[in-house]
Design a protein around this ligand. Structure first.
Ligand SMILES: [Fe+2]
Length: 255
């Protein structure tokens, strides 16, 4: 593994902060040594906080499964009926809203997991289902928003698999905003497709969602070990971001 501190920067530098973060490991590759491949991949997700995974699937079929259970969804946050969830695998197998003070409870399939065979079949190609701590459908209702927030401040524990089952025109997922939710020169709109698409998303960056359309937006999120080999993911990241090598990424991150 390269010593990121030896990249010519003075302490406390971006690179040494990154090095410390990287030492915390990542939920994408639990228990795996942080070699150069994984470090470069994680730096890509710091540089551009999403990575498209080009696995094709029939989004209409999965959307049907998600919509069929619509009456069983509950609000993701208290006092916000615009953003709904249904868990397929969660701590303790509770399908509803996550606990406000999460405890260490083992993940289990909820009673709805069995009712979504096509969703399970797709996820089996992307993640190790049994090692996922959470798998959820999420709905953002038409003409609704999710306010700016981040899901933690440690990049490498907050990378999520996010799958669009639809993405109506006028619905945007903005990421790498200012803490107040303003766009900056780094801000990106994640290019989710209405016909279905799979992304890794670094949700430690400030993000918000707005659905200006008249159609409810359905997504699927999974937190856990990804099945794709890290070399494959790195190849995809280099192609997507048009940059390669740890040193070049650190330089780019400092700009
Ligand atoms: Fe979030």
């Amino acid at each position: 593994m390269k010593n990121l501190k030896s990249t010519g920067s003075k302490s406390p530098s971006t690179s040494s902060k990154l090095f410390l973060k990287l030492n915390n490991g990542s939920r994408l590759f639990p228990g795996q040594t942080l070699d150069d491949t994984i470090i470069e991949l994680l730096l890509h997700l710091e540089y551009v906080p999403y990575l498209h995974i080009p696995i094709k699937f029939n989004a209409a079929e999965l959307l049907q499964e998600a919509q069929h259970l619509r009456s069983r969804y509950s609000p993701y946050l208290k006092k916000n009926d615009d953003w709904l969830t249904l868990g397929l695998r969660t701590p303790g197998g509770r399908p509803g809203r996550p606990l406000s003070q999460p405890k260490e409870i083992a993940a289990r399939d909820t009673k709805f997991a069995k009712r979504c065979p096509r969703t399970r079949a797709l996820l089996a190609k992307v993640v190790d289902w049994d090692n996922c701590s959470r798998i959820r459908f999420r709905v953002l209702k038409a003409k609704s928003k999710v306010a700016c927030h981040r899901d933690g401040n440690d990049s490498y524990h907050h990378i999520t698999v996010n799958i669009s089952l639809n993405m109506p025109e006028g619905c945007d997922y903005l990421i790498d905003l200012s803490p107040a939710g303003r766009r900056t020169k780094k801000t990106k709109v994640i290019p989710f497709k209405n016909s279905g698409s799979i992304f890794l998303v670094n949700n430690s960056k400030f993000h918000r969602l707005e659905n200006k359309s008249r159609i409810d937006r359905y997504h699927l999120t999974a937190f856990g070990r990804v099945k794709l080999h890290e070399q494959t993911l790195l190849k995809l990241a280099r192609k997507q971001n048009q940059i390669r090598g740890i040193e070049n990424l650190i330089k780019a991150l400092k700009r």
